[in-house]
Ligand binder design. Structure first.
Ligand SMILES: NC(=O)c1ccc[n+]([C@@H]2O[C@H](COP(=O)([O-])OP(=O)(O)OC[C@H]3O[C@@H](n4cnc5c(N)ncnc54)[C@H](O)[C@@H]3O)[C@@H](O)[C@H]2O)c1
Length: 265
């Protein structure tokens, strides 16, 4: 359920990458409910247009490959010409390619790093001067629980998401004095095409998360509400923070034969 933060984003303009679905689209809906106008971008043209239509008058879609510097300029130009300013950037687009550490192809590694990390650097460089010109604002970078911990089969993704966490801190250092707050969000197990590609029923999707404190996966709206908080004035003193929104996945895993497990054996 969305409980608006008293329309704290009224009149603000946000760019959200990877906004055609999943966490990006939910974030767009939440920021709009807080009074913002959004530009969603995505490489998927059809899904992007459909998402903008669903989001209504306060959203527009620009097709965008986040790995291309020239296309970032196009997104900024569209945003300024449509809304006149830019206050918020959500670097959300991402990919997740599973493979063994020794088996990743060069292409898989480069694709992962380009979409998950290079995009954040290009987006920050393109957007920050405009956010500064607008009097300051916020950049929110989507990392992952895998930017705080690790698992087998995801080394390229993990490297990219730890790097996003580090780049966020470096950005907070250099952009903080310009009035731009930069923070990273670390979701874990969100019910989107990325984490639930075969569209399992909710109960089946939730099953592997029983070993963590929330005992179920997240919905995209659970991440969107934290992005909205970080974009708002309520987060005025958050700079370079890493916010886990992972139902406790990075806190610990139950050992069921010890006391205190919710699933005792
Ligand atoms: N779903 C999870 O469990 C989870 C967990 C941790 C972190 N995340 C992160 O959250 C972010 C959003 O993930 P999601 O779960 O909504 O996934 P998703 O697959 O539903 O959405 C990702 C979006 O990014 C877009 N995209 C991919 N490559 C692109 C490119 N080159 N240029 C522009 N857009 C591109 C896709 O078309 C898609 O719409 C990602 O950065 C992901 O790594 C997700």
């Amino acid at each position: 359920m969305n409980i608006p933060l008293q329309q704290q984003l009224a009149g603000q303009t946000a760019i959200i990458t990877g906004g055609a679905g999943g966490i990006g689209r939910a974030t767009a809906a939440r920021l709009i409910s807080e009074g913002a106008q959004v530009v969603i971008t995505d490489i998927n043209n059809d899904a992007g247009h459909a998402a903008a239509k669903m989001l209504g008058d306060q959203a527009l879609f620009v097709q965008h490959d986040v790995t291309q510097a020239s296309q970032w300029q196009n997104v900024i130009d569209h945003t300024i010409s449509a809304y006149g300013n830019l206050n918020i950037l959500v670097n959300n687009a991402g990919v997740c390619i599973f493979n063994g550490l020794l088996d990743y192809s060069l292409e898989e590694i480069q694709t992962t790093l380009n979409i998950n990390l290079l995009s954040v650097m290009l987006g920050t460089q393109a957007a920050a001067p405009h956010i500064f010109k607008a009097g300051g604002g916020a950049i929110i970078n989507m990392s992952s629980s895998e930017g705080l911990s690790s698992v087998n089969g995801l080394s390229a993704y993990i490297a990219s998401k730890w790097a996003v966490r580090g780049y966020t801190k470096a950005s907070a250092m250099e952009l903080g004095p310009l009035g731009i707050r930069v923070n990273s969000v670390h979701p874990g197990g969100v019910n989107t095409p990325m984490a639930n590609p075969t569209a399992l029923e909710k109960t089946e999707f939730d099953e592997p998360y029983k070993k963590y404190p929330a005992q179920h996966g997240a919905e995209p709206e659970n991440i969107a509400s934290v992005v909205a908080f970080l974009a708002s004035a309520d987060a005025v003193h958050c700079m370079g923070a890493e916010i886990a929104v992972d139902g406790g996945m990075t806190t610990g895993k139950y050992i069921d034969f010890l006391p205190g497990s919710p699933n005792p054996v």
